[in-house]
Design a protein around this ligand. Structure first.
Ligand code: NAP
Length: 259
């Protein structure tokens, strides 16, 4: 299927690795030019080069922290009017809410709620004026099925989800859609480092933790980031103009509910 977005420009935040990188790759395969971001310059430049070599699209790499105002300003200076915006960032650390003070909460909100809202605020009116825009926010399956230790993530992402539910019904009249993609367990650096920490604390091998986690999922495996990236490309396609305000769970069937 030709997704009808060849020649458009996407700003894909936090995309040197993992799910963001996969979204950038899938969009590039559709002929979309990219601005990609991450804090670490080396991995970011490497990804930019890999995408250029594989797809031939234009890729600009901006090393900055998307959770800060200065970081967002640098990204927006390189790409003030994207046609497509993919919001992403790292996730907050796990822990016990009794140990979280206001500063810890604000850091989580900055990263997983305020950063995407600010990026939308800076770009959505340009999309509306051009009568085309696609915004995808990478959130988490924990928005639907919270994990107790991930309280910072549960709270910040649920706040973002509530905000999106309101505005997504307004922008769609201008062919500007806003949707959330909710990953379950995907085989990325982040998940691998979680497995390593868990293995260390339990005194077992990383492979034991990995096998356990795979067998707990109805699909019997972890998600491949490329599967996630292609779902993102669909939500950014010309054909997806009637899809807005949705929370699209991609978790191998891990969430057990009917809806
Ligand atoms: P990952 O493999 O660790 O990749 C994270 C990417 O984001 C890297 O490119 C990283 O580069 C960049 N990044 C992190 N913080 C940033 C910041 N403040 N500003 C700019 N770039 C930043 O992680 P992932 O697994 O793809 O996860 C992506 C998101 O999905 C996270 O929010 C995670 O919590 C969520 N999620 C993931 C899973 C999963 O199974 N993988 C499941 C549920 C939710 P730098 O470190 O160089 O900045």
């Amino acid at each position: 299927m030709d997704m009808g977005i060849r020649g458009k420009t996407a700003l894909v935040c936090a995309s040197s690795k993992g799910l963001g990188r996969a979204c950038a790759f899938s969009l590039a395969r559709e002929g979309v030019n990219l601005v990609i971001t991450a804090r670490g310059k080396e991995a970011l430049e490497k990804t930019a080069e890999e995408i250029r070599a594989a797809t031939g699209v234009k890729v600009v790499a901006v090393a900055s922290d998307i959770a800060t105002e200065a970081g967002r300003a640098a990204v927006l200076a390189a790409c003030p009017q994207p046609d497509i915006l993919v919001n992403n960032a790292g996730g907050p650390p796990p822990g016990d809410f009794r140990n979280w003070n206001r500063d810890i909460w604000i850091a989580a909100l900055d990263m997983n709620m305020i950063a995407p809202i600010e990026m939308i605020k800076a770009t959505v009116d340009h999309m509306i004026a051009r009568k085309f825009g696609r915004v995808v926010n990478i959130t988490s399956s924990t928005v639907k099925a919270p994990i107790e230790a991930l309280g910072l993530s549960n709270g910040a992402r649920a706040g973002l989800t509530g905000f999106i539910a309101g505005i997504a019904r307004k922008t769609v009249a201008h062919n500007v859609t806003i949707n959330n993609l909710l990953p379950g367990p995907f085989d990325t650096d982040r998940l691998r480092s979680n497995f390593a920490n868990l293995a260390k604390s339990r005194g077992v091998s990383v492979d034991v933790v990995r096998q356990e986690r795979m067998s707990q999922n109805p699909a019997g495996r972890l998600g491949d980031p490329a599967e996630f990236g292609d779902a993102c490309a669909y939500l950014c396609s010309a054909q997806a103009g009637f899809v807005t305000g949705q929370n699209f769970l991609i978790d191998g069937g891990g969430y057990p509910g009917t809806f």
